[in-house]
Design a protein around this ligand. Structure first.
Ligand SMILES: [Zn+2]
Ligand SMILES: [Zn+2]
Length: 196
């Protein structure tokens, strides 16, 4: 592959720090040797997209805010990780959103915790869900659309059961497409400054 994907994780979720290393390792595997950098986002940025009536955060507006911060970040892809509940008009909630293809993606950890569903805390289940949602949204940024295979990470999920049914990896068809997309430079041109 011509270019190693550089993913920057913009973290608005302090409690996720301890599992981040494993998420990075996973992203490195599924994106053919990508590397990750991390910085902490300013939590006040979230408030601009808060919808008081719904008690949720407008995902697309938040993504636009992230885009402004991302102008100063040197990476091919920016993945924002937020603890707040996201929605877009017309849907009760979303696990995440991404430009397809594009540079920006966002995931919410709010509904990935078993506690949200009244279940006992389960670190490994939470970790596997974060891996899946991060991989899914970053897959979109690299031009992948939804897959009809319910076990593929690119399958659309609007319930946690559907997320749990998926694997954290791409099916062979999506993986082939991903390889092809990543070998075409137009999918990776968003780097502000080329790495030294
Ligand atoms: Zn999707
Ligand atoms: Zn697939």
């Amino acid at each position: 592959m011509a270019v190693n994907l550089h993913i920057h994780i913009l973290l608005f979720e302090a409690t996720i720090s301890r599992i981040l290393e494993e998420v990075e390792e996973h992203l490195c595997q599924v994106f053919f040797g990508s590397r990750c950098s991390i910085s902490h986002g300013d939590p006040s940025l979230l408030e601009k997209s808060y919808n008081r009536a719904r008690g949720q955060y407008h995902s697309s507006r938040l993504l636009a805010q992230v885009g402004k911060v991302a102008e100063n970040l040197n990476a091919h892809r920016i993945l924002a990780v937020v603890p707040v509940d996201l929605y877009v008009p017309g849907l009760n909630f979303i696990f995440g959103e991404a430009q397809c293809p594009g540079r920006l993606a966002i995931i919410s950890t709010h509904r990935l915790r078993p506690e949200f569903y009244g279940k006992a805390e389960d670190g490994s289940l939470f970790l596997s869900r974060v891996k899946k949602e991060a991989t899914h949204e970053l897959g979109h940024t690299l031009g992948l659309t939804h897959c009809s295979d319910p076990t593929c990470v690119m399958f659309f999920s609007n319930s946690i059961q559907m997320t749990d049914r998926k694997k954290p990896i791409f099916c062979p068809v999506c993986e082939r497409q991903l390889r092809e997309n990543m070998s075409r430079l137009r999918f990776l041109t968003a780097y502000n400054t080329p790495p030294g």
